[in-house]
Design a protein around this ligand. Structure first.
Ligand SMILES: Cc1cc2nc3c(=O)[nH]c(=O)nc-3n(C[C@H](O)[C@H](O)[C@H](O)COP(=O)(O)O)c2cc1C
Ligand code: SF4
Length: 345
């Protein structure tokens, strides 16, 4: 019988409970990837709230990645002192921290500017450059003291589009079959394992692209098996349109549980499921009716960074997040309701 509030091992990491903060982009970093002071405060409060491990918001591996604004970046050694400080802030609460490594899109330098290039139009050298960027960013993460990295291959970010049959129509070793489209992930994974051996390595992947001709649950399981065989440390299951609106406690929670359960049946590494968890009993049901080992949360921790403590204190407590998604448009992606009610901080 698994309990949310029991210690658990995520690979080599020791977590005080089975709750993981799913990556949540703050959008307040400088264009070069420098961390805003406010971000340290956000992560300090989050770690203080009792979550078992924290995955940072997406952190680009490239300087010339213009996919979203305010992205953190691990693309330059000069930034290491700032990222070390972030790690120390979180470690002060005895909480492991994983950097989510991402590429929004690949941008080719041409005509004096940068143009977004989709997987089909990339040269093999450009694909190798991206693989190297991920590996070098992981080495920097290790250098900064992070406990792990997460390869962001979900939500139609670059790697998610690359592995999707709806987007990747290449006819070389990086396209066509599931194995070929996933090769980029396996090469990044192997490279990180070799170059940054101390790191726990996880991946966030779509169970379903919800796109005509895109990745579906069956192919997601096949890709996860390939990654498991190549030594991935954990797999977090998500999907396009991940932040579903209108989630209500005990009604429509945990919408990726069936897909994550199928992956957990097929692989040997721990599986984390994200998406619409608002109550402790729904989380424990998912943990005990399947082989899923961890539950991850994003919006509930924007609403209440101390939700883990509240739930541990009162198991009946349900998240106050109403899944309106207004935080996507607010400054620093803070919950728009914070501070408006008596009991919320
Ligand atoms: C403001 C905001 C920023 C997000 N940023 C990221 C991100 O950086 N990387 C990522 O993989 N998912 C990101 N997500 C998606 C969440 O990690 C999560 O998959 C999704 O919101 C569903 O989980 P929830 O119901 O617990 O919020 C973000 C979600 C929100 C609301
Ligand atoms: S704005 Fe607040 S209540 Fe609305 S989805 Fe975001 S965290 Fe939840």
């Amino acid at each position: 019988m698994k309990k949310v509030f029991e210690t658990a091992r995520l690979g080599g990491l020791h977590l005080k409970n089975r709750l993981v903060r799913s990556a949540t982009w703050e959008g307040i970093a400088q264009p070069d990837g420098s961390i805003a002071q406010e971000a340290y405060d956000i992560y300090d409060e989050l770690a203080d709230g009792g979550v078992g491990a924290i995955i940072t918001g997406f952190t680009s591996v490239a300087l010339h990645d213009y996919y979203f604004g305010g992205m953190m970046r691990l693309c330059d050694n000069a930034l290491l002192p700032q990222y070390r400080k972030l790690v120390e802030t979180i470690h002060a609460h005895d909480t492991p921290v994983i950097a989510q490594l991402a590429l929004g899109a690949y941008y080719r330098k041409e005509n004096g500017g940068y143009t977004q290039i989709e997987p089909d139009a990339m040269t093999t050298e450009e694909i190798r450059l991206v693989i190297t960027q991920f590996i070098e960013a992981a080495v920097r993460a290790q250098e900064a003291g992070f406990d792990g990295v997460q390869i962001h291959a979900a939500h139609f970010f670059f790697l998610s589009r690359f592995i999707s049959p709806a987007v990747n129509h290449r006819q070389d070793m990086y396209g066509g079959s599931t194995e070929n489209r996933s090769r980029i992930l396996v090469e990044i994974l192997r490279g990180i394992r070799t170059s940054a051996p101390r790191l726990h390595i996880t991946v966030k992947i779509n169970a379903n692209d919800y796109t005509l001709g895109g990745l579906d649950e069956e192919e997601c399981v096949r890709i996860c098996k390939l990654l498991d065989a190549a030594g991935i440390g954990a797999i977090e299951i998500s999907g396009n349109g991940t932040s579903v609106r209108g989630v209500r406690a005990h009604q429509n929670e945990g919408y990726f549980v069936p897909a994550a359960a199928a992956v957990a049946e097929a692989v040997s590494c721990p599986v984390i499921v994200v998406g619409g968890f608002r109550s402790l009993d729904t989380m424990e049901k998912a943990l005990n009716e399947t082989n899923i080992e961890f539950v991850s949360l994003s919006r509930p921790l924007l609403r209440e960074p101390d939700l883990p403590q509240k739930m541990q204190w009162n198991p009946e407590y349900v998240s106050r997040c109403v899944s309106c998604n207004a935080c996507y448009a607010s400054r620093a992606h803070k919950c728009v309701f914070r501070g408006r009610d008596k009991n919320a901080r």
